[in-house]
Design a protein around this ligand. Structure first.
Ligand code: GLP
Length: 242
């Protein structure tokens, strides 16, 4: 696992955007695992600008998102579908058939989850899996305690995660208490993993992750120690205790 402190948040976002751009531009049918969250907004802006400036052919690009709130309408402004449409899918003019988020409605969610993992298994490995990190070390919505062979499934969000994500909603009570998350097994089924962490709030968990030499389910991001090609990209604030 390679830890990189790139100084400014702009440099950290740009590094990830450029690496994603190169993969999409030079590989006609790129398969990506995508993440949401405040951290990714500048990265997506840079990535869209690069793809547009270079007139990259994205007609064969296909993406699988990490997670979605459970039983929240896709059209809700805080759904991850809305986030992805706003920051990435619509600016690039991607077709509905090119992007996938875990199905989050009440109808046959277990069957849908199995099909999500199966699609990644059949089409994968993902060329790049993009990750953010929660203040408690979650990746996707795989909260502390999640087994590393976990599959895509409905998860209960921890109080820390609900509190951290409340800033996107009118109040903490409006944050859904459940989500559907890609499992750690599918996250690890990728050729390369880029984890982006920006800002002071991530400093304690980044220091903890840096100190770990063995994977431990108490810190879901430590599952990345099992993967041979992981870059942890930080700004100086996130890396301040390292
Ligand atoms: C959210 C998402 C994660 C994301 C993380 C960090 O809960 N489920 O995929 O990486 O929390 O989000 P932010 O970038 O807003 O700090």
């Amino acid at each position: 696992m390679k830890f990189m402190n790139l100084g400014s948040p702009e440099n950290a976002s740009r590094y990830v955007a450029v690496e994603m751009f190169k993969e999409i531009h030079f590989n006609a049918c790129t398969l990506l695992g995508l993440a949401t969250g405040g951290t990714m907004e500048d990265m997506y802006r840079e990535l869209v600008a690069l793809l547009q400036r270079h007139q990259t052919d994205i007609s064969c690009l296909e993406t699988f998102n990490l997670d979605e709130y459970f039983n929240l309408d896709a059209a809700h402004p805080n759904s991850y579908m809305s986030y992805m449409k706003k920051h990435f899918f619509q600016p690039l003019g991607m077709q509905e058939s090119q992007f996938h988020l875990p199905d989050n409605d009440l109808i046959d969610v277990e069957g849908d989850n199995r099909r999500y993992d199966a699609a990644i298994r059949v089409k994968g490995p993902l060329h790049i899996q993009l990750l953010g990190i929660g203040v408690n070390g979650h990746i996707g919505f795989n909260e502390p305690g999640t087994p590393f062979d976990s599959k895509t499934r409905v998860v209960e969000l921890s109080p820390e995660t609900i509190a951290a994500n409340a800033r996107f909603f009118d109040s903490q009570d409006d944050v859904p208490s459940q989500a559907v998350s890609m499992g750690i097994e599918s996250i690890l089924y990728s050729n390369r993993i880029l984890l982006l962490a920006i800002g002071d709030k991530k400093a304690p968990i980044m220091a903890r992750l840096y100190s770990m030499t063995e994977p431990d389910t108490a810190v879901p991001a430590s599952s990345l120690l099992l993967h041979p090609n992981v870059e942890i990209i930080m700004d100086a604030a996130a890396a301040q205790h390292i």
